[in-house]
Each structure stands twice: as C-alpha cells, then as structure tokens.
Design a protein around this ligand. Structure first.
Ligand code: ZN
Ligand code: ZN
Length: 93
C-alpha cells in the first residue's frame, strides 16, 4: 500500500506503524460547540473523516497524553480500512 501523506510504500502492517509514528500529527484534537472534545483524522483523498469522542474521564491532560498513541493506533487502523475500500486505486502500489 502507498501512504497517502508522503508516498512511502509498505505492506499494510508496516504502513500502519508508519502512519502511527510519522503522521501522528494528522490526528488532531477538535473541540465541539458543546465543549465535547474529539480526536479527528481527515482523509487527504476525500472529505471523509474519522472522529472519536474523548470521554470526559480522558480530559485530564496527562491521561490524554498517555492514551493518545493507542487512540492513534485505532484511528489509523480504521483509516487503512477506509483506504482499502474507498481508495484502492490511489493507494495500491
Ligand atoms: Zn507517510
Ligand atoms: Zn477518503
């Protein structure tokens, strides 16, 4: 598969690690109107995005930092499914 952010090519598991490590900054924290906070990952190939609410108990900054990586792992895993199903042509090497 090809990384949609930087054109690196790697098998899916390696690409997952690549995304999690190199493109961690693509998962941003977004604050909603109601004060809810979300992790958000935008697809660079279409206007689809993955959004996951940060549970109130996760709002402690230290806690968020500790779990941010795990949340990125899940977000990028779902993103890879999205790439495989929606952008197979663009991302198959
Ligand atoms: Zn990349
Ligand atoms: Zn997309």
């Amino acid at each position: 598969m090809r990384c949609p952010f930087c054109d690196v090519e790697a098998p899916r598991p390696e690409l997952h690690a690549h995304l999690t490590d190199v493109h961690a900054d693509r998962v941003v924290v977004e604050e909603g109107m109601t004060g809810r906070r979300y992790f958000r990952l935008d697809c660079p190939l279409c206007d689809d995005h993955h959004k996951q609410e940060i549970k109130p108990r996760l709002r402690d900054p230290a806690f968020v930092e500790e779990y941010a990586r795990e949340i990125r792992v899940v977000a990028f895993d779902r993103f890879l499914y999205h790439l495989q199903f929606e952008h197979e042509e663009e991302t198959s090497g």
